[in-house]
Design a protein around this ligand. Structure first.
Ligand code: SAM
Length: 385
């Protein structure tokens, strides 16, 4: 079945469709049925040997070093890496085939005169090194590379990559992360009625769309570094009827006035951003919030208090999936960073809608399950006084 939820979705031939379905289920199979066997290898062989050699509990890096010598870890790690490459190969192929057509679809929508939102690009944007240096999670060209005029390539492959990652649901709007964010936000602030919302690092506007739908009275803005992501986001939002204002800006320093927003959100950005930039993003959020406004960033965990083996499994992407900031983010004291940005201690909050340790236990003890962290991400934030 072709999914036609919005006008920017790529067309998939029978074979392309089957290939992407295969990659989705193969990825899930590796995670849920194969790589959990590492837990058995660790408990039965590696952990006793490490305890004996060190005469204390091993740390994350020591576990990593020892597990790297284990053939089962080598195999599962290679399978995971390869499946991630297959995901981008399959999306790359389908998007490349219709790249001109997608750019034309974008032009038709962006040039229309009945638009509800807007798009503001900045051709002089300096792409920060933490985006330009690495193809994050192996996505070819990362978020910022323009391959032609009016290019939407990065947006289109990202959109399909998220769809595969999310197990190819029939309706592919990919708004799950946004809904998940809203669930936690509503738990914390059931009566929140924001007038202006900013989604930082909005990528193709998956979550921004969910925010616009949840708060139809609010003026909703989405910012991102990547022009091809934003073109896709704009056309996608218009096609879905969302009144969203997208602009190409670095969340570390935007051109919005002081106190302009009463809700600032991000999802999946903190773990893809350098520690220095993260501090700047928290400071900028503080500047942009009106008194009583809420900042909430989601998508990262904290290693503090987490079992070292869990840390090791969680950090896999840092070493093998071109996510260089994951371990470093998880080691940070996020509440302290938020305080450093100007917020007050009594106004901080953090948590997750899924009880993370319970989830880990549940999945880690299942016969051969790997830990699957989808949906167990931590949110942290603060109210501006
Ligand atoms: C994983 S995606 C975010 C997903 C999206 N928030 C969602 O919920 O669907 C990370 C995005 O953050 C953007 N990004 C990273 N650092 C940024 C910064 N300093 N300013 C603006 N965007 C940034 C990247 O370009 C990328 O599109």
């Amino acid at each position: 079945m072709q999914d036609k939820a919005h006008a920017m979705l790529v067309d998939e031939s029978h074979d392309e469709h089957a290939r992407m379905d295969f990659v989705a289920t193969w990825k899930a199979h590796i995670t849920s049925r194969i790589s959990g066997g590492n837990h058995t290898v660790y408990e039965s062989r590696v952990k006793p040997a490490l305890h004996k050699a060190l005469a204390r509990a091993p740390r994350r890096e020591e576990i990593h070093k020892a597990m790297k010598r284990e053939p089962f870890w080598q195999m599962t790690s290679a399978l995971k890496r390869n499946a991630q490459e297959m995901m981008w190969d399959s999306t790359h192929e389908v998007v490349t085939r219709q790249q001109d057509n997608l750019a034309q679809r974008y032009r038709n929508i962006a040039g229309g005169n009945r638009k509800k939102g807007s798009l503001r690009l900045d051709p002089a944007m300096t792409v920060p090194r933490y985006i330009s240096a690495v193809d994050i999670h192996l996505m070819p060209g990362n978020y910022h590379t323009d391959l032609m005029d009016d290019d939407v390539f990065a947006g289109a492959i990202y959109d399909r990559g998220v769809h595969i990652f999310g197990m190819r649901p029939k309706v592919g709007v990919n708004e799950g992360a946004g809904e998940f964010t809203l669930r936690f936000l509503r738990d914390q602030f059931p009566n929140l009625k924001p007038r202006r919302i900013l989604d930082m690092g909005c990528s193709v506007g998956h979550s921004t769309g969910a925010f616009a739908k949840a708060f139809p009275e609010a003026e909703v803005h989405g910012i991102d570094i990547g022009a091809p992501m934003l073109r896709y986001a704009h056309a996608r939002a218009e096609s879905l009827g969302y009144p969203i204002h997208f602009s190409q800006q670095n969340a570390e320093a935007t051109d919005f006035p002081d106190g302009h927003f009463d809700l600032i959100l991000s999802y999946g950005v903190t773990h893809e951003t350098s520690n220095r930039a993260l501090r700047a993003i928290f400071r900028e959020s503080h500047r942009l919030l009106a008194k009583g406004g809420v900042m909430m960033h989601g998508g990262g965990l904290q290693y503090h208090g987490m079992d070292p083996y869990e840390q090791f499994v969680t950090g896999w992407d840092t070493h093998y999936n071109a996510e260089p900031f994951i371990d470093a983010l998880h080691e940070l004291d996020l509440p302290q960073l938020i305080l450093d940005a100007g917020f007050r201690k009594q106004n901080l909050f953090e948590g997750t809608p899924v009880r993370f340790p319970e989830r880990l236990k549940l999945q880690g003890t299942a016969k051969s399950n790997d830990y699957n962290l989808n949906g167990a991400y931590l949110f942290c934030g603060a109210v501006r006084e």
